[in-house]
Write a protein that binds this ligand. Structure first.
Ligand SMILES: [Zn+2]
Length: 136
């Protein structure tokens, strides 16, 4: 049985600066007390392995088909008939209710500056009309 050897990092010193090799082969300046080194890429890679959820590009809930805030709803029934009361699953009720209809998110069109002005004008006009109607 052999003890696992302590990993040593290749290093060199140039102009008084100590450089140590990362496992990817990159030399990184370190201070004198350093016993190992990891470049930022390695750190990122390690973090991705340890916390993959931090690096997912899209939130997972998109794939569930559940609306935002579904777990705050008094009752929510998903497409499979799972019933939730304020986000808490109610296994006994499974399949007894029809799925909550999820309103598709309206795509909000970005208004152009012109459109904003037109809308503002319309609003003003409507307000004036209303004021005229209510006045004597
Ligand atoms: Zn590296």
């Amino acid at each position: 049985m052999s003890m696992k050897q302590k990993q040593t990092y290749p290093e060199y010193t140039e102009k008084g600066v100590r450089y140590m090799m990362c496992q990817c082969g990159e030399y990184i300046p370190v201070d004198e007390s350093a016993v190992g080194v990891k470049c930022s890429r390695e750190v990122t890679r390690k973090m991705m392995i340890m916390f993959p959820e931090l690096h997912e590009e899209k939130p997972r809930r998109k794939s569930t088909g559940r609306p935002a805030g579904w777990h705050f709803m008094n009752e929510f029934v998903d497409a499979d008939g799972n019933v939730f009361h304020k986000g808490k699953e109610q296994p006994k009720l499974k399949g007894t209710l029809s799925p909550t209809k999820v309103k598709p998110k309206k795509k909000t069109k970005r208004r152009t500056k012109e459109q904003i002005l037109i809308d503002r004008h319309k609003k003003k006009k409507a307000a004036l009309k209303k004021a005229k109607l209510s006045g004597n």
